[in-house]
Design a binder for this molecule. Structure first.
Ligand code: NAG
Ligand code: NAG
Length: 292
């Protein structure tokens, strides 16, 4: 018996219908599984957040040794809130800890240097850093410009001077990617790497750098907690009260509050969690080798 053209057609149509139905069902199941997985993940993140910051069931190990005199080195007014907020608040809340801030430019990119410097003092007041512990530089060789690498010799001299003046035992700054690959941020890392390689860094001073995370993790907010948990040893998470405080500090930078920074305040993980890394000589050597 031979098939006529019509039955071939029906056979073909049925075949495709079956396949289509299968694919549809498969897709539906996959989507369902995905939704389920994502929901579970979000719940785990929320649970972790409260366990750490409110119920204190899960404790973060205290890996930063004896932070009695802390120096935070930033490049522009507002870095202290936008990137280092959780770390700064953790230290300013410890009574025995004295926090110093060193800001290497006035953030004069749009001619707002004067305003931004004033805003920095206001923000620091909210964060709990004394006015007398803040120093802001206005050096023509350290302009606020995305693509400008500041002179390593100059930056390292200034930093070393502060370390020695205040007997700093904990220094905190950017890592070599500088959160956003902003050259001004990166130059601070290189300056300190230089100090370390030249063995000029006093032995009582440990350096910790803020880990740069990829773009996806940067805007993941709460969802980054498990990842930071797994990948980093030193982490600071703000409580919801401290988060409100941090937002208030950030709002002192009035001239900077354009829409995308407001979005940043809402979604960035750096305003919720910071992960730091102890900078060791072997890491620096490796880092610089990779760069070459
Ligand atoms: C500071 O961080 C440490 C370690 O993450 C944590 O145990 C401590 O509770 C934090 N302190 C404050 C005041 O947030
Ligand atoms: C920084 O220095 C420049 C040039 O010396 C000066 O015009 C400017 O007003 C200074 N800015 C601040 C905030 O002091």
């Amino acid at each position: 018996m031979s098939l006529g053209p019509e039955s071939v057609l029906t056979l073909g149509t049925n075949f495709f219908k079956t396949i289509f139905a299968r694919v549809q069902e498969y897709a539906r199941e996959t989507v369902e599984h995905l939704i389920l997985a994502v929901s579970v993940y979000i719940l785990v993140c929320i649970f972790l957040y409260f366990s750490i910051s409110r119920w204190k069931i899960i404790g973060f190990k205290k890996d930063v040794k004896n932070p009695a005199r802390v120096l935070i080195v930033i490049a522009h007014p507002d870095d202290e809130c936008m990137f280092f907020g959780p770390t700064v608040l953790n230290f300013t809340k410890q009574k025995e800890c004295q926090v110093y801030l060193m800001c290497l430019s006035t953030g004069n990119n749009y001619g707002m240097g004067r305003t931004r410097k004033k805003e920095l003092y206001k923000a620091c007041q909210v964060l709990g850093i004394d006015e007398g512990s803040i120093v802001v530089y206005n050096h023509s060789n350290m302009p606020d410009q995305m693509g400008v690498m500041w002179p390593i010799e100059l930056v390292s001299k200034l930093i070393l001077n502060q370390i020695e003046t205040y007997s700093i035992n904990t220094l905190i700054t950017f890592d070599k990617h500088g959160v956003s690959n902003h050259m001004n941020h990166c130059s601070i890392y290189y300056a300190i790497a230089h100090l370390s390689l030249e063995k000029k860094l006093p032995s009582y001073c440990s350096v910790y750098v803020l880990e740069t995370v990829n773009l996806l993790r940067k805007y993941w907010l709460l969802l980054d907690i498990p990842v930071s948990f797994l990948l980093s040893r030193i982490r600071y998470l703000v409580t919801s009260t401290d988060r409100a405080l941090l937002h208030r500090a950030m709002r002192q930078h009035e001239s900077q509050l354009v829409w995308f920074r407001r979005l940043y305040m809402l979604f960035s993980r750096y305003m919720l969690i910071n992960s730091l890394q102890l900078m060791e000589l072997s890491d620096i050597e490796l880092d610089l080798e990779i760069d070459d």
